[in-house]
Ligand binder design. Structure first.
Ligand code: ADP
Ligand code: MN
Ligand code: MN
Ligand code: MN
Length: 348
């Protein structure tokens, strides 16, 4: 038997943005445990804005688990927060609101800044570094410094060892700003793995004495880019059938639900969605082929393939909750009827 260190990880009840929380329990298993072998556990919800002090117990229900390469015999246990009955989702549990759809695929592009002493990593103590231009996908000390690449490479290795479907990295437009991408098949998978990847990034940065700044516009109304979390999405119907008529109905549904989407696309997004810096205004909805100034970018390949494939919603920001984002996108898609006839015609 081996004593495994089970790190139970969950989202707290803070709004508008939940924080990641975690605590460890030790359990013995003969080999790396299956998800079903991981017990429910509890925590004090009065310390996480999830309960009143008088009846403070909340329940942690394991929903995904990962190999923790950073800890001897370590297991990362991603949990949903449940009410004391163990079966009713807690109101803060947004994962439970996502429609089940194995054919829904999401790809999230997480942008963020590294921060040191309250400034983006690489910024001088006073004033600003050279203006934006060379940093995006840049190389060399002047562009990316000497520490950031160590962190993003180590994070990549930790994610891959955990089985997270990390898809890539790039240095971003602002100095100290980076991006990684997570893709997943199934309506909850990419969102689960994004939260896990965020956890691993924050934990890794502790030893570098660096913080991860997810705010969408940490440098305010300057000429420095903000951070987004573009949500690329597709469903089985959109990939296999699609068609211009369906696409146009889908975009009309997105336009009608503009406010519901913006409500869950991350706080302070009006600071970022200004119509500048490759964004559409928060008050407008638009879509366009290869248009990085649109709310939704339609890849060239989508049109070439007869309006089939995936779409990129560019509005979600870096601080957004991927559970709430995926949940809203699937809700809006579900309002658009799919025609059996169109399916037959496309297949013929
Ligand atoms: P860009 O920076 O040009 O917008 P990225 O390469 O950073 O593009 O991100 C594109 C994202 O789209 C990736 O996360 C990828 O996994 C995702 N993606 C690709 N194909 C699909 C698909 N069929 N359904 C959903 N997401 C997809
Ligand atoms: Mn990208
Ligand atoms: Mn980007
Ligand atoms: Mn993108």
């Amino acid at each position: 038997m081996t004593k495994y260190k089970l790190e139970y990880i969950w989202l707290d009840g803070y709004t508008p943005v939940p924080n990641l929380r975690g605590k460890t329990q030790i359990k013995e298993y003969s080999s790396f445990p299956e998800l079903e072998q991981l017990p429910l556990w509890g925590f004090d919800g009065s310390s996480t804005q999830q309960a009143e002090g008088r009846s403070s117990d909340c329940v942690l229900k394991p929903v995904r688990h990962f190999f923790d390469s950073q800890r001897k015999d370590g297991v990362l246990v991603l949990c949903e927060v449940m009410m004391p009955d163990g079966v009713t989702p807690h109101p803060s549990n947004k994962r439970a609101t996502i429609l089940d759809d194995g054919g829904a695929w999401f790809g999230f592009e997480q942008e963020y800044f590294f921060y040191k002493n309250g400034r983006p990593l690489g910024f001088p103590d006073m004033g600003y570094p050279a203006p934006q231009g060379p940093y995006y996908t840049g190389v060399g000390y002047a562009n990316v410094g000497s520490v950031a690449r160590h962190i993003v490479e180590e994070h990549l290795d930790i994610c891959l060892a955990a089985g997270i479907n990390h898809e890539g990295i790039n240095a971003e437009v602002a100095k100290g700003q980076w991006e990684f991408q997570i893709f997943g098949k199934g309506s909850k998978r990419a969102a689960d793995e994004m939260w896990m990847a965020r956890y691993l990034m924050q934990r890794l940065c502790e030893k570098y004495e660096i913080d991860v700044e997810y705010h969408c516009k940490p440098l305010g109304a300057t000429d420095w880019n903000g951070s987004g979390m573009h949500a690329n999405f597709s469903t089985t119907y959109l990939r296999d059938v699609g068609g211009q008529a369906y696409f146009e109905k889908l975009m009309a549904a997105f336009e009608a639900a503009r406010e519901e989407h913006i409500a869950v696309y991350g706080p302070d997004n009006h600071l970022r969605l200004t119509g500048h810096h490759e964004t559409q205004s928060i008050h407008q909805f638009s879509y366009g082929v290869a248009d990085r100034g649109a709310s939704i970018r339609v890849p060239h390949s989508f049109v070439k393939n007869g309006y089939r494939g995936y779409l990129e919603d560019r509005r979600p920001n870096s601080q957004g909750d991927p559970y709430q984002i995926a949940s809203q996108i699937l809700k809006t898609i579900a309002t658009v009827p799919i025609s059996a006839e169109a399916g037959v015609a496309a297949a013929a």
